[in-house]
Design a protein around this ligand. Structure first.
Ligand code: FE2
Length: 189
């Protein structure tokens, strides 16, 4: 994660220079849209996390098995206001339930935009022995602690048999399963 922290610090410095412009705009919009929420539950990291993933939004590559899916949403603070510049680091199995532990296939991180949005183009992970279908993800506001958690798919038969499953971490899946949405609520200090 060392390189991610370095990049985030650089980004924070760039935003600070622009602060007078952004401050009024964010205050105005936040007053209209912020709704306080409960912090997103933490879950175990599991054995397959690797630091220093590439910064990118497209994890899909030709030859990777699995159905295409867009994973997207917002990072919010506990007041429900968007967090810009939050680190979002995603890693998961492919469509055959396999992780790439030698390289960085299906691994990547990005930073939320000024509206707190993130978006990954990837494939739906397959279940593997002992686990229902899931994404692994870490989310960190610029000055906040790292939230490590997992996201789940609704309607999976394996959900009820997986001791780590939590319904609070279910994706909002589109009817065609082409996109899954999840908004994170994270501590910011
Ligand atoms: Fe996993």
């Amino acid at each position: 994660m060392a390189s991610g922290i370095t990049r985030r610090t650089a980004l924070g410095a760039a935003l600070a220079l622009a602060a007078p412009h952004f401050a009024f705009a964010q205050t105005t919009s936040s007053a209209l849209v912020c709704t306080p929420g409960t912090l997103t539950p933490r879950l175990t990291e599991g054995p397959y996390f690797k630091p220093d993933s590439p910064e990118r939004s497209v994890l899909f590559e030709p030859g990777i098995s699995g159905s295409r899916i867009v994973l997207n949403g917002l990072v919010l603070d506990s007041a429900g206001c968007p967090v810009k510049g939050a680190l979002v680091d995603l890693w998961h199995a492919d469509g055959q339930g396999r992780y790439d532990n030698a390289g960085y296939r299906l691994r990547g991180h990005q930073y939320t935009d000024a509206s707190g949005r993130y978006r990954f183009e990837t494939v739906a992970p397959a279940p593997y022995v002992g686990r229902t279908r899931h994404f692994h993800i870490k989310v960190q506001a610029p000055a906040g602690p790292v939230l490590t958690t997992q996201l789940y798919f609704p309607g999976e038969p394996g959900n009820a048999r997986d001791g780590l499953f939590r319904k609070e971490l279910l994706l909002a899946l589109s009817p065609d399963a082409a996109s899954g949405g999840f908004d994170f609520v994270v501590a910011t200090a």
